[in-house]
Design a protein around this ligand. Structure first.
Ligand SMILES: [Fe+2]
Ligand SMILES: [Fe+2]
Length: 198
């Protein structure tokens, strides 16, 4: 099935609150821009961005029971902090109820909250655009935006690093996947990942 941004938009507009739809459209514009700039598919980026928070409005206890039913609980922390589940729930929902079979888009939706080791460029775009979309306002956000434009992988590494620092300083729990994502990107920064750096 070919994903059309207009159709994902209609779905998003139907299920999201006004505020979350505004955030989602900000992510969509910024993700599309980043994708185009880095030679990725802008339509996939827009579709993944429009879909990324589709499950966020589901009450937390229902998110948890759906995740249990759909076998999406992978870490003890998933149950302890179920607000991290909405990405994988949305991806599952899109795949099994809407027939979306684009694995790149599904992965980008699923990993947008926590990241994962070995993220693809599209996953990095969605993860980072979620954090730095135009309505986000925190110190260093402009620096992160520029960094993402200059070098997607390095910019994403800085986004994950900033998230970890924020979580630590505010005494929030750190999910093992975010820690693993940080270590993976750090390693990729050090040793390089691709032929362009060889
Ligand atoms: Fe989210
Ligand atoms: Fe979001």
């Amino acid at each position: 099935m070919i994903l059309r941004a207009e159709e994902v938009y209609v779905l998003a507009a139907r299920v999201l609150t006004e505020e979350r739809l505004k955030h989602t459209l900000g992510v969509a514009d910024w993700a599309e821009d980043l994708a185009r700039h880095h030679g990725l598919d802008p339509v996939k980026a827009r579709c993944a961005a429009l879909a990324h928070d589709l499950a966020k409005g589901i009450p937390i206890k229902d998110q948890l029971s759906l995740a249990r039913r759909w076998n999406l609980l992978k870490y003890p922390e998933d149950e302890l902090y179920p607000y991290v589940l909405h990405g994988s729930l949305a991806a599952y929902w899109l795949e099994h109820y809407f027939g979306v079979d684009d694995t790149e888009v599904l992965a980008a939706v699923a990993s947008h909250t926590l990241g994962r080791p070995g993220m693809s460029p599209l996953e990095m775009v969605i993860y980072s655009a979620d954090l730095t979309e135009p309505s986000r306002d925190f110190p260093e956000v402009d620096k992160l935006r520029q960094s993402l434009y200059d070098d997607l992988e390095k910019g994403t590494f800085e986004c994950v690093k900033g998230t970890l620092i924020y979580l630590r300083e505010s005494n929030h729990p750190i999910h093992p996947l975010t820690q693993l994502t940080y270590e993976d990107l750090q390693r990729r920064q050090t040793i390089g990942t691709g032929s362009e750096k060889a």
